[in-house]
Design a protein around this ligand. Structure first.
Ligand SMILES: Cc1cc2nc3c(=O)[nH]c(=O)nc-3n(C[C@H](O)[C@H](O)[C@H](O)COP(=O)(O)OP(=O)(O)OC[C@H]3O[C@@H](n4cnc5c(N)ncnc54)[C@H](O)[C@@H]3O)c2cc1C
Length: 326
């Protein structure tokens, strides 16, 4: 079968945008290959009703395999997808990226001895096969990746594939019995929720307080939120910290994140890598706090403060509050 199998992540009765993008892309490519796009979902059956699963048909999926198992964890999905591929003979598995997509894709690749390409930004059909396009050399060039394995795994860059409703289609829903591997059930979900800052549109903010690895830990963002609150601005972040799970991807500034041009961009604990700079260099005023006087960010800052952000940021917040009379 020349089909494509996609994983879709759901949360509180909806599939996330990244997954819907993957389903749309899978359907487009399957159409060009003359096959079908199928989807695997895994979770508690009560949280995955027929109509929710069938709604993936609007994005071009023809069939949804619904596995009953732990939600939001990688290994159970690897088991489910490996089973479907071995029984149905899909030629490709496609993921929308993000931490879970990377983990499942890597696990599936190992399980099936498949070829894999990550950080894919585009996929095209050539001679009846898929070719993944992956930016390389700091995104200055694009490499073509061809698959020689029986199954090819494609892991997109987060939100690289656009979610497109293709019509009123309704996917068939089939329950899937999966015998999970013993190790797949060893992890359990302790808590789940929206990442801090995911609801703020940083592109509209006049003042951005951005944090990097110099914050030391996720909790470091609490002090930045306080400063941003005092200034009436929003919080942004570098890729290093969003990849580490310290802050929301939606707050990432840079080459693979957002491009912003606020009146004030205050960078705390950010080195100033070129991939970050391209997303914020249009800011009217750049203020950087870094303990390393030689950090590259000082080369393009209007004002540089050399010192420990743990001491400077709380004092700055206090000073702003005092100035504003609160
Ligand atoms: C293809 C590609 C795309 C990328 N896209 C992006 C992108 O979109 N956005 C992005 O941001 N990055 C991107 N990157 C990653 C980029 O190259 C850098 O790795 C990243 O920006 C570094 O993040 P950082 O400044 O938080 O961390 P680091 O480079 O580790 O810098 C941390 C800084 O904090 C300072 N510091 C440490 N402790 C303190 C303290 N107590 N007080 C004050 N300062 C302190 C240090 O001196 C250091 O300068 C990309 C990379 C690649 C290869």
């Amino acid at each position: 079968m020349s089909g494509i199998l996609v994983y879709a992540l759901h949360y509180e009765g909806a599939f996330n945008k990244n997954s819907l993008g993957a389903v749309s892309e899978g359907a487009r490519l399957a159409g060009e290959l003359g096959g079908e796009c199928h989807v695997v979902v895994v979770g508690d059956k009560a949280g995955l009703p027929d109509d929710l699963c069938a709604s993936l048909g609007r994005y071009g999926a023809t069939k949804v395999f619904r596995g009953e198992g732990p939600e939001g964890l990688a290994q159970p999905v690897v088991d489910a997808m490996a089973k479907v591929i071995s029984e149905q003979g899909h030629r490709y598995a496609l993921f929308g990226g993000g931490l879970l997509g990377f983990e499942i894709g890597a696990g599936l690749t190992a399980r099936l001895d498949a070829g894999v390409c990550m950080e894919v930004t585009n996929v095209r059909v050539e001679d009846g096969k898929l070719v993944s396009e992956r930016p390389i050399l700091q995104d200055s060039s694009v490499s073509d990746v061809h698959y020689r394995s029986d199954v090819g795994v494609i892991i997109g860059r987060l939100n690289a594939f656009e979610a497109k409703e293709a019509g009123e289609g309704s996917a068939a829903v089939e329950d899937l019995q999966v015998d999970f591997e013993p190790h797949s059930l060893k992890a359990r979900m302790v808590t789940r929720g929206e990442q801090r800052g995911a609801d703020v549109n940083i592109e509209d903010a006049d003042i951005l307080v951005a944090g990097g690895r110099g914050l030391g830990k996720a909790e470091g963002f609490e002090t930045l939120e306080e400063l941003a609150g005092a200034l009436g601005g929003a919080v942004a972040a570098t890729r290093a910290v969003v990849d580490a799970g310290w802050y929301s991807y939606s707050a990432q500034i840079g080459q693979t994140g957002k491009t912003v041009s606020p009146k004030l961009y205050l960078a705390a604990g950010i080195s100033g890598a070129i991939q970050h700079k391209v997303g914020m260099q249009g800011s009217e005023n750049i203020v950087a706090i870094n303990k390393d006087a030689n950090a590259p960010i000082f080369e393009f800052s209007d004002l540089g403060i050399v010192g420990d952000l743990n001491k400077i940021v709380p004092k700055l917040t206090e000073a702003v509050k005092a100035r504003k009379g609160g």
